[in-house]
Design a protein around this ligand. Structure first.
Ligand code: PMP
Length: 390
Protein backbone atom coordinates (compact mmCIF):
# COMPACT_ATOMS: atom_id res chain seq x y z
CA UNK A 1 0.00 0.00 0.00
CA UNK A 2 0.99 3.60 -0.53
CA UNK A 3 2.34 5.35 2.52
CA UNK A 4 3.35 8.71 3.81
CA UNK A 5 6.69 8.30 2.09
CA UNK A 6 4.93 8.13 -1.29
CA UNK A 7 3.34 11.58 -1.14
CA UNK A 8 3.68 13.85 -4.15
CA UNK A 9 6.02 16.79 -3.60
CA UNK A 10 4.44 20.02 -2.37
CA UNK A 11 3.97 22.59 -5.10
CA UNK A 12 6.51 25.00 -3.69
CA UNK A 13 5.45 28.35 -2.37
CA UNK A 14 7.31 30.77 -4.62
CA UNK A 15 8.23 32.97 -1.64
CA UNK A 16 9.95 30.07 0.12
CA UNK A 17 11.82 29.30 -3.09
CA UNK A 18 12.86 32.95 -3.21
CA UNK A 19 14.32 32.76 0.30
CA UNK A 20 16.47 29.81 -0.80
CA UNK A 21 17.63 31.72 -3.90
CA UNK A 22 18.62 34.75 -1.83
CA UNK A 23 20.54 32.59 0.62
CA UNK A 24 22.44 30.97 -2.23
CA UNK A 25 23.46 34.29 -3.86
CA UNK A 26 27.01 35.21 -2.72
CA UNK A 27 26.78 38.89 -3.77
CA UNK A 28 26.89 41.36 -0.86
CA UNK A 29 24.57 43.95 -2.42
CA UNK A 30 21.39 41.86 -2.31
CA UNK A 31 18.05 43.64 -1.88
CA UNK A 32 15.35 41.37 -0.46
CA UNK A 33 11.89 42.77 -1.10
CA UNK A 34 10.32 39.31 -1.02
CA UNK A 35 9.81 38.53 2.63
CA UNK A 36 6.92 40.27 4.39
CA UNK A 37 8.42 41.86 7.47
CA UNK A 38 8.87 45.53 8.29
CA UNK A 39 12.42 46.83 7.97
CA UNK A 40 13.73 50.16 9.21
CA UNK A 41 16.00 52.52 7.26
CA UNK A 42 19.00 50.38 8.11
CA UNK A 43 17.30 47.22 6.94
CA UNK A 44 16.60 45.76 10.40
CA UNK A 45 13.38 44.28 11.76
CA UNK A 46 13.62 45.52 15.34
CA UNK A 47 11.45 44.59 18.30
CA UNK A 48 9.74 47.91 19.17
CA UNK A 49 11.27 49.39 22.36
CA UNK A 50 7.82 49.51 23.99
CA UNK A 51 7.37 45.77 23.38
CA UNK A 52 10.91 45.01 24.57
CA UNK A 53 10.20 46.88 27.81
CA UNK A 54 6.87 45.06 28.23
CA UNK A 55 8.66 41.74 27.75
CA UNK A 56 11.19 42.71 30.42
CA UNK A 57 8.39 43.52 32.87
CA UNK A 58 6.59 40.31 31.93
CA UNK A 59 9.57 38.07 32.55
CA UNK A 60 10.29 39.79 35.86
CA UNK A 61 6.78 39.69 37.22
CA UNK A 62 5.46 36.40 35.85
CA UNK A 63 5.12 33.81 38.59
CA UNK A 64 3.53 30.96 36.70
CA UNK A 65 3.02 29.63 33.23
CA UNK A 66 0.01 27.56 34.23
CA UNK A 67 -2.73 27.24 31.59
CA UNK A 68 -4.93 30.23 30.87
CA UNK A 69 -7.59 28.36 28.89
CA UNK A 70 -8.99 28.62 25.40
CA UNK A 71 -9.70 32.35 25.49
CA UNK A 72 -6.05 33.08 26.02
CA UNK A 73 -5.24 36.30 27.87
CA UNK A 74 -8.55 38.06 28.38
CA UNK A 75 -6.77 41.23 29.44
CA UNK A 76 -5.16 41.23 26.00
CA UNK A 77 -8.46 41.02 24.11
CA UNK A 78 -10.04 43.59 26.44
CA UNK A 79 -7.18 46.06 25.85
CA UNK A 80 -7.22 45.44 22.10
CA UNK A 81 -10.98 45.84 21.79
CA UNK A 82 -11.11 49.64 21.36
CA UNK A 83 -8.34 49.52 18.75
CA UNK A 84 -10.04 46.91 16.61
CA UNK A 85 -13.67 47.90 17.17
CA UNK A 86 -13.38 51.67 17.74
CA UNK A 87 -16.78 53.12 18.68
CA UNK A 88 -18.25 49.59 18.67
CA UNK A 89 -16.06 48.49 21.58
CA UNK A 90 -19.05 48.73 23.93
CA UNK A 91 -21.30 46.55 21.77
CA UNK A 92 -22.14 43.44 23.81
CA UNK A 93 -22.98 41.49 20.67
CA UNK A 94 -19.26 41.41 19.83
CA UNK A 95 -16.85 38.99 21.48
CA UNK A 96 -13.17 38.34 20.81
CA UNK A 97 -10.78 35.49 21.49
CA UNK A 98 -6.99 35.43 21.36
CA UNK A 99 -5.53 33.38 18.49
CA UNK A 100 -2.13 32.25 17.22
CA UNK A 101 -1.71 35.18 14.81
CA UNK A 102 -4.01 36.31 12.05
CA UNK A 103 -3.74 32.83 10.54
CA UNK A 104 -5.30 31.28 13.63
CA UNK A 105 -8.10 33.83 13.48
CA UNK A 106 -8.78 33.11 9.80
CA UNK A 107 -8.81 29.41 10.55
CA UNK A 108 -11.46 29.90 13.26
CA UNK A 109 -13.51 32.11 10.96
CA UNK A 110 -13.44 29.57 8.13
CA UNK A 111 -14.35 26.64 10.36
CA UNK A 112 -17.13 28.58 12.08
CA UNK A 113 -18.66 29.56 8.74
CA UNK A 114 -18.55 25.94 7.57
CA UNK A 115 -20.14 24.78 10.81
CA UNK A 116 -22.92 27.36 10.87
CA UNK A 117 -23.73 27.58 7.16
CA UNK A 118 -22.07 24.81 5.17
CA UNK A 119 -23.53 26.02 1.87
CA UNK A 120 -22.15 29.54 2.15
CA UNK A 121 -19.66 30.57 -0.53
CA UNK A 122 -16.83 32.98 0.17
CA UNK A 123 -16.27 35.84 -2.28
CA UNK A 124 -12.55 36.47 -2.64
CA UNK A 125 -11.08 39.37 -4.61
CA UNK A 126 -7.98 38.53 -6.65
CA UNK A 127 -5.15 38.72 -6.23
CA UNK A 128 -5.19 38.04 -2.53
CA UNK A 129 -2.84 36.82 0.18
CA UNK A 130 -1.85 33.34 -1.03
CA UNK A 131 -2.85 31.69 2.25
CA UNK A 132 -6.49 32.81 2.02
CA UNK A 133 -7.69 30.13 -0.43
CA UNK A 134 -6.00 27.19 1.36
CA UNK A 135 -7.43 28.21 4.74
CA UNK A 136 -10.93 28.60 3.31
CA UNK A 137 -10.80 25.46 1.16
CA UNK A 138 -9.24 23.53 4.03
CA UNK A 139 -12.41 24.23 5.99
CA UNK A 140 -14.43 22.85 3.06
CA UNK A 141 -15.72 26.21 1.87
CA UNK A 142 -16.35 27.07 -1.75
CA UNK A 143 -14.63 30.18 -3.10
CA UNK A 144 -15.98 32.55 -5.73
CA UNK A 145 -13.33 34.81 -7.19
CA UNK A 146 -13.76 38.29 -8.58
CA UNK A 147 -11.18 40.86 -9.58
CA UNK A 148 -10.10 43.13 -6.73
CA UNK A 149 -7.41 45.03 -8.57
CA UNK A 150 -7.21 46.22 -12.14
CA UNK A 151 -3.61 46.02 -13.35
CA UNK A 152 -4.33 48.23 -16.34
CA UNK A 153 -5.49 51.21 -14.28
CA UNK A 154 -3.64 50.30 -11.05
CA UNK A 155 -6.87 50.87 -9.16
CA UNK A 156 -9.30 48.78 -7.15
CA UNK A 157 -11.86 47.29 -9.56
CA UNK A 158 -14.84 48.31 -7.51
CA UNK A 159 -17.29 47.43 -10.26
CA UNK A 160 -16.20 43.78 -10.09
CA UNK A 161 -16.88 43.67 -6.35
CA UNK A 162 -20.26 45.31 -6.81
CA UNK A 163 -21.20 42.77 -9.47
CA UNK A 164 -19.96 39.77 -7.48
CA UNK A 165 -21.79 40.93 -4.38
CA UNK A 166 -24.99 41.49 -6.33
CA UNK A 167 -24.88 37.94 -7.71
CA UNK A 168 -24.11 36.39 -4.33
CA UNK A 169 -26.66 34.43 -2.34
CA UNK A 170 -27.83 35.85 1.00
CA UNK A 171 -25.65 34.33 3.70
CA UNK A 172 -22.55 34.25 1.50
CA UNK A 173 -19.36 35.69 2.94
CA UNK A 174 -17.35 38.66 1.67
CA UNK A 175 -13.67 38.32 2.55
CA UNK A 176 -12.18 41.81 2.66
CA UNK A 177 -8.75 43.16 3.58
CA UNK A 178 -9.38 45.73 6.31
CA UNK A 179 -6.46 47.89 5.18
CA UNK A 180 -3.05 47.68 3.49
CA UNK A 181 -4.12 45.10 0.92
CA UNK A 182 -1.66 42.24 0.47
CA UNK A 183 -0.33 41.93 -2.25
CA UNK A 184 -1.53 45.01 -4.15
CA UNK A 185 -1.66 47.88 -1.64
CA UNK A 186 -4.99 48.77 -3.33
CA UNK A 187 -7.33 49.78 -0.52
CA UNK A 188 -10.95 50.90 -0.67
CA UNK A 189 -11.75 54.57 -0.22
CA UNK A 190 -14.06 55.47 2.65
CA UNK A 191 -16.89 56.05 0.17
CA UNK A 192 -16.28 52.58 -1.27
CA UNK A 193 -16.35 51.04 2.21
CA UNK A 194 -19.71 52.71 2.84
CA UNK A 195 -21.03 51.33 -0.44
CA UNK A 196 -19.79 47.79 0.27
CA UNK A 197 -21.39 47.98 3.71
CA UNK A 198 -24.70 49.06 2.16
CA UNK A 199 -24.53 46.20 -0.37
CA UNK A 200 -23.64 43.67 2.34
CA UNK A 201 -26.57 44.86 4.43
CA UNK A 202 -29.04 44.82 1.56
CA UNK A 203 -27.88 41.46 0.16
CA UNK A 204 -27.50 40.01 3.67
CA UNK A 205 -23.87 39.03 3.11
CA UNK A 206 -21.52 38.38 6.00
CA UNK A 207 -18.29 40.39 5.95
CA UNK A 208 -15.14 38.58 7.04
CA UNK A 209 -12.54 41.28 7.49
CA UNK A 210 -8.87 40.34 7.61
CA UNK A 211 -6.98 43.15 9.31
CA UNK A 212 -3.30 42.35 9.70
CA UNK A 213 -1.67 45.77 9.26
CA UNK A 214 -3.73 48.26 11.28
CA UNK A 215 -1.67 51.42 11.76
CA UNK A 216 0.56 50.84 8.72
CA UNK A 217 -1.65 52.67 6.21
CA UNK A 218 -3.07 55.98 7.39
CA UNK A 219 -3.41 55.54 11.17
CA UNK A 220 -5.19 53.23 13.60
CA UNK A 221 -8.62 54.83 13.30
CA UNK A 222 -8.39 55.42 9.57
CA UNK A 223 -7.21 51.86 8.93
CA UNK A 224 -10.10 50.57 11.05
CA UNK A 225 -12.68 52.45 9.01
CA UNK A 226 -13.86 49.39 7.08
CA UNK A 227 -14.36 47.37 10.26
CA UNK A 228 -16.36 50.23 11.76
CA UNK A 229 -18.72 50.77 8.82
CA UNK A 230 -19.31 47.04 8.49
CA UNK A 231 -20.19 46.87 12.18
CA UNK A 232 -22.52 49.86 11.67
CA UNK A 233 -24.32 48.13 8.81
CA UNK A 234 -24.31 44.39 9.44
CA UNK A 235 -25.70 42.10 12.05
CA UNK A 236 -23.21 39.32 11.37
CA UNK A 237 -19.53 40.27 11.10
CA UNK A 238 -16.33 38.25 11.50
CA UNK A 239 -12.92 39.85 12.01
CA UNK A 240 -9.53 38.12 11.79
CA UNK A 241 -6.95 40.41 13.36
CA UNK A 242 -3.17 40.20 13.68
CA UNK A 243 -0.83 42.04 16.08
CA UNK A 244 2.21 40.37 14.59
CA UNK A 245 3.19 43.30 12.39
CA UNK A 246 2.10 46.31 14.40
CA UNK A 247 3.74 44.95 17.57
CA UNK A 248 6.69 43.49 15.65
CA UNK A 249 6.18 40.07 17.29
CA UNK A 250 5.81 38.00 14.10
CA UNK A 251 7.07 34.67 15.35
CA UNK A 252 5.35 34.94 18.72
CA UNK A 253 2.00 34.53 16.91
CA UNK A 254 -0.34 37.16 18.29
CA UNK A 255 -3.82 37.76 16.93
CA UNK A 256 -7.51 37.70 17.69
CA UNK A 257 -10.82 36.60 16.23
CA UNK A 258 -13.93 38.74 16.71
CA UNK A 259 -17.54 37.87 16.12
CA UNK A 260 -20.73 39.88 16.03
CA UNK A 261 -24.15 38.25 15.66
CA UNK A 262 -27.69 39.45 16.11
CA UNK A 263 -27.60 39.33 19.91
CA UNK A 264 -25.40 38.74 22.90
CA UNK A 265 -26.65 35.21 23.64
CA UNK A 266 -26.21 34.06 20.03
CA UNK A 267 -22.66 35.42 20.01
CA UNK A 268 -21.85 33.68 23.29
CA UNK A 269 -23.19 30.40 21.91
CA UNK A 270 -21.25 30.73 18.65
CA UNK A 271 -18.09 31.62 20.59
CA UNK A 272 -18.46 28.42 22.61
CA UNK A 273 -18.29 26.61 19.25
CA UNK A 274 -15.27 28.71 18.26
CA UNK A 275 -13.50 27.60 21.44
CA UNK A 276 -14.28 23.98 20.56
CA UNK A 277 -12.68 24.48 17.14
CA UNK A 278 -9.64 26.11 18.76
CA UNK A 279 -9.41 23.26 21.23
CA UNK A 280 -9.14 20.75 18.40
CA UNK A 281 -6.45 22.74 16.63
CA UNK A 282 -4.24 24.33 19.30
CA UNK A 283 -6.16 24.02 22.56
CA UNK A 284 -5.03 27.43 23.72
CA UNK A 285 -3.04 30.22 22.08
CA UNK A 286 0.63 30.88 22.88
CA UNK A 287 0.89 33.38 25.71
CA UNK A 288 4.10 35.36 25.58
CA UNK A 289 3.51 37.82 22.74
CA UNK A 290 -0.09 38.56 23.69
CA UNK A 291 0.90 39.11 27.33
CA UNK A 292 3.57 41.59 26.20
CA UNK A 293 1.04 43.36 23.94
CA UNK A 294 -1.39 43.54 26.88
CA UNK A 295 1.27 45.16 29.07
CA UNK A 296 1.95 47.74 26.34
CA UNK A 297 -1.74 48.52 25.89
CA UNK A 298 -2.56 48.72 29.60
CA UNK A 299 0.28 51.12 30.47
CA UNK A 300 -0.36 54.69 29.30
CA UNK A 301 3.34 55.42 28.84
CA UNK A 302 4.19 52.26 26.93
CA UNK A 303 1.05 52.59 24.89
CA UNK A 304 1.85 56.05 23.63
CA UNK A 305 5.44 54.99 23.01
CA UNK A 306 4.14 52.07 20.93
CA UNK A 307 1.76 54.32 19.00
CA UNK A 308 4.73 56.54 18.19
CA UNK A 309 6.72 53.52 17.05
CA UNK A 310 3.91 52.38 14.76
CA UNK A 311 3.63 55.93 13.41
CA UNK A 312 7.36 55.82 12.61
CA UNK A 313 6.90 52.51 10.76
CA UNK A 314 4.01 54.00 8.81
CA UNK A 315 6.03 57.12 7.99
CA UNK A 316 8.86 55.02 6.65
CA UNK A 317 6.46 52.98 4.50
CA UNK A 318 4.91 56.10 3.05
CA UNK A 319 8.25 57.87 2.56
CA UNK A 320 9.70 54.94 0.61
CA UNK A 321 6.48 54.75 -1.42
CA UNK A 322 6.84 58.43 -2.32
CA UNK A 323 10.48 58.01 -3.37
CA UNK A 324 9.71 55.05 -5.61
CA UNK A 325 6.71 56.83 -7.11
CA UNK A 326 8.79 59.94 -7.82
CA UNK A 327 11.50 57.94 -9.59
CA UNK A 328 9.41 57.27 -12.73
CA UNK A 329 5.91 58.27 -13.72
CA UNK A 330 5.05 54.64 -14.49
CA UNK A 331 5.51 53.95 -10.77
CA UNK A 332 3.44 56.94 -9.63
CA UNK A 333 0.56 54.74 -8.45
CA UNK A 334 2.76 53.35 -5.67
CA UNK A 335 2.27 56.57 -3.69
CA UNK A 336 -1.52 56.06 -3.79
CA UNK A 337 -1.33 52.59 -2.25
CA UNK A 338 -1.04 51.55 1.38
CA UNK A 339 0.85 49.17 3.60
CA UNK A 340 3.97 47.13 3.06
CA UNK A 341 3.11 45.71 -0.36
CA UNK A 342 2.53 46.82 -3.91
CA UNK A 343 3.11 45.15 -7.24
CA UNK A 344 5.65 46.23 -9.82
CA UNK A 345 4.60 46.39 -13.48
CA UNK A 346 7.10 43.64 -14.34
CA UNK A 347 6.72 40.30 -16.09
CA UNK A 348 8.20 37.18 -14.47
CA UNK A 349 11.07 37.42 -16.99
CA UNK A 350 11.77 41.00 -15.96
CA UNK A 351 11.65 39.96 -12.29
CA UNK A 352 14.23 37.26 -13.05
CA UNK A 353 16.44 39.74 -14.89
CA UNK A 354 16.32 42.01 -11.83
CA UNK A 355 17.59 39.13 -9.72
CA UNK A 356 20.35 38.14 -12.07
CA UNK A 357 21.61 41.58 -12.99
CA UNK A 358 20.96 43.59 -9.84
CA UNK A 359 20.53 41.09 -6.97
CA UNK A 360 17.04 42.52 -6.37
CA UNK A 361 14.76 39.75 -5.16
CA UNK A 362 10.99 40.01 -5.45
CA UNK A 363 8.21 37.47 -6.00
CA UNK A 364 7.63 36.38 -9.63
CA UNK A 365 4.26 38.14 -9.47
CA UNK A 366 6.05 41.47 -9.01
CA UNK A 367 4.85 41.84 -5.42
CA UNK A 368 7.46 43.63 -3.38
CA UNK A 369 7.87 44.74 0.21
CA UNK A 370 8.12 48.52 0.08
CA UNK A 371 10.20 48.61 3.25
CA UNK A 372 12.39 45.66 2.28
CA UNK A 373 14.77 48.29 0.90
CA UNK A 374 17.23 49.98 3.27
CA UNK A 375 17.48 53.76 2.81
CA UNK A 376 20.95 53.46 1.28
CA UNK A 377 19.54 51.15 -1.45
CA UNK A 378 16.43 53.05 -2.54
CA UNK A 379 18.03 54.85 -5.49
CA UNK A 380 19.75 51.70 -6.70
CA UNK A 381 16.48 49.77 -6.36
CA UNK A 382 14.53 52.34 -8.41
CA UNK A 383 17.21 52.48 -11.11
CA UNK A 384 17.21 48.68 -11.38
CA UNK A 385 13.42 48.49 -11.67
CA UNK A 386 13.35 51.26 -14.28
CA UNK A 387 16.01 49.45 -16.31
CA UNK A 388 14.02 46.22 -16.09
CA UNK A 389 10.83 47.98 -17.27
CA UNK A 390 12.50 49.59 -20.30
N1 PMP B 1 -3.71 38.26 6.53
C1 PMP B 1 -2.89 38.88 5.69
C2 PMP B 1 -3.46 39.69 4.58
C3 PMP B 1 -1.51 38.76 5.86
O1 PMP B 1 -0.68 39.38 5.01
C4 PMP B 1 -1.00 37.98 6.93
C5 PMP B 1 0.46 37.81 7.18
N2 PMP B 1 1.30 37.77 6.12
C6 PMP B 1 -1.92 37.36 7.78
C7 PMP B 1 -3.25 37.53 7.56
C8 PMP B 1 -1.50 36.47 8.91
O2 PMP B 1 -0.72 37.04 9.85
P1 PMP B 1 -0.05 36.23 11.03
O3 PMP B 1 1.40 36.17 10.74
O4 PMP B 1 -0.40 37.03 12.23
O5 PMP B 1 -0.68 34.87 11.09
Amino acid sequence: PKGIADLDPVVSDSLLALIALIAADPRDNKIDVGVGVFRDGEGRTPIPASVKEAERRLVESQETKAYLGGWGDRGFTAALRPIVLGPHAGDERIEGVQTPGGCGALFLAARLIKLAKPEAKVLVGTPTWPNHPPVLKGAGLEIVEYRHYDFATRMVDFGALREAATKATPGDVLLLHGCCHNPTGGDFSEAEWREIAAIAKERRLTPLIDIAYQGFGRGFEEDGYGVRVMLDACEEVLIAQSCDKNFGVYRDRVGSFWLKTRDKAATANAMAHVLQIAREAWSMPPDHGAAAARIVLEDAGLRSQWQGEVAAMRDRINTVRRRIADSDQRLGYIANEYGMFSMMPLSPDQVRALRERHAVYMADSGRFNVVGIADRDIDRFCAAVIEAMD
